[in-house]
Write a protein that binds this ligand. Structure first.
Ligand code: C5P
Length: 323
């Protein structure tokens, strides 16, 4: 089953992080997940995954960051096991190496992106020939953000987050845009916790009708953020419905947002996903780097790590596995 060409039996994939440029909670679904309207954006802060064939039917994962679990709780192992069990080929094995750069538990979808890269990588390594659509369906089984991280770029994400619509903006404006991300290494936020808190506080405002959900999707598609991403309007304030909830509980998020607000030249600031990562959006990578440099002492004194990175127009990239 393994490819006889040695160049195909081991390779690496880049697994980029994402930020949320919009996260709107519309209501609750019959399956218990929230109905969302989001804009997600890939960024050039990426982990690297290394794949090598293993003939002893075992799947192993090693990581340069000892804080990361490498057992079945890791989405990489879950993706590998799902792919292997669906293939009906019990002898498949793989050695997977992960070089972690994306902060863990940060709202940047590092784990989801690693999971998407594993589906793409092992599909190739094991010659399974699943189509991109089949891989996206497997991704949906594993988590709400995983389909986005597989396709990446700049997308509207509806439903649980898995219903994707590509925003054709990147040729025009977005490649120049860049962000400064900050995060307190001491803080991490549980996504189920954040959604639960939001539900307890706002359930009485949830929309219930599909026609109302659809209206919100239309408003987002035609709204100022979409125009801004195309370079046709100034950036509006970024909406992240989870931000207020997390800000109330996490001092480092409150303080970090105030810190970023001091950069008046930034186009917008927000928390990403369920946090606690925060970002400021800039016109160019140079402006983001200047802001990082000028904030360096304050960031260090207040205990934040920081990263400057451009926006990306793609997700996990493997020529014949992506449409
Ligand atoms: O799908 P994923 O495993 O990433 O979701 C993690 C948790 O976040 C879910 O178990 C749920 O509590 C919450 N969530 C939600 N609605 C969504 C996505 C996630 O309530 N659309």
């Amino acid at each position: 089953m393994l490819d006889s060409d040695p160049r195909q039996s081991q390779f690496i994939l880049s697994s980029p992080a994402k930020i949320n440029l919009h996260l709107e909670i519309l209501g609750i679904r019959a399956d218990g997940f929230h109905e969302l309207a989001m804009v997600m954006q890939s960024v050039d802060l990426a982990d690297t995954l290394f794949f090598k064939a293993n003939s002893n039917a075992r799947i192993s994962l090693t990581c340069n960051n000892p804080r990361l679990v490498t057992d079945e709780k890791n989405l990489i192992i879950q993706a590998a096991q799902l792919l292997k069990s669906r293939s009906g080929l019990p002898n498949l094995g793989a050695i997977i190496g992960l070089e972690k750069r994306i902060p863990i538990g940060a709202g940047l979808a590092g784990g989801s992106s690693n999971c998407a890269a594993t589906l793409i990588g092992l599909n190739k390594l094991w010659n399974l020939e699943y189509t991109p659509i089949q891989l996206l369906n497997l991704a949906t089984e594993l988590g709400s953000d995983i389909p986005f991280t597989m396709k990446g770029g700049s997308q509207f994400c509806f439903g649980r987050g898995e219903v994707l619509e590509f925003i054709d903006n990147l040729k025009i404006k977005a490649p120049n845009l860049a962000i400064l991300i900050i995060k307190s290494p001491e803080t991490s936020v549980s996504t189920p916790w954040a959604f639960k808190q939001y539900k307890e506080a706002r359930q009485n405002q949830y929309l219930t009708e599909e026609s109302d959900f659809d209206l919100r999707r239309q408003i987002l598609r035609k709204g100022q953020l979409t125009l801004a991403l195309k370079g046709q309007a100034p950036f509006p304030a970024i909406q992240n419905d989870l931000q207020e909830i997390v800000e109330e509980h996490e001092e480092s998020v409150r303080q970090g947002l105030n810190l970023l607000k001091s950069r008046t030249e930034s186009l917008a600031i927000a928390m990403s996903g369920s946090g606690p990562s925060l970002f400021a959006l800039f016109d160019t990578l140079e402006s983001a780097q200047v802001a990082q440099f000028q904030l360096a002492v304050t960031l260090r004194d207040q205990g934040y790590e920081s990263w400057c990175t451009s926006l990306l127009s793609h997700g996990i990239y493997l020529d014949d596995c992506n449409e």
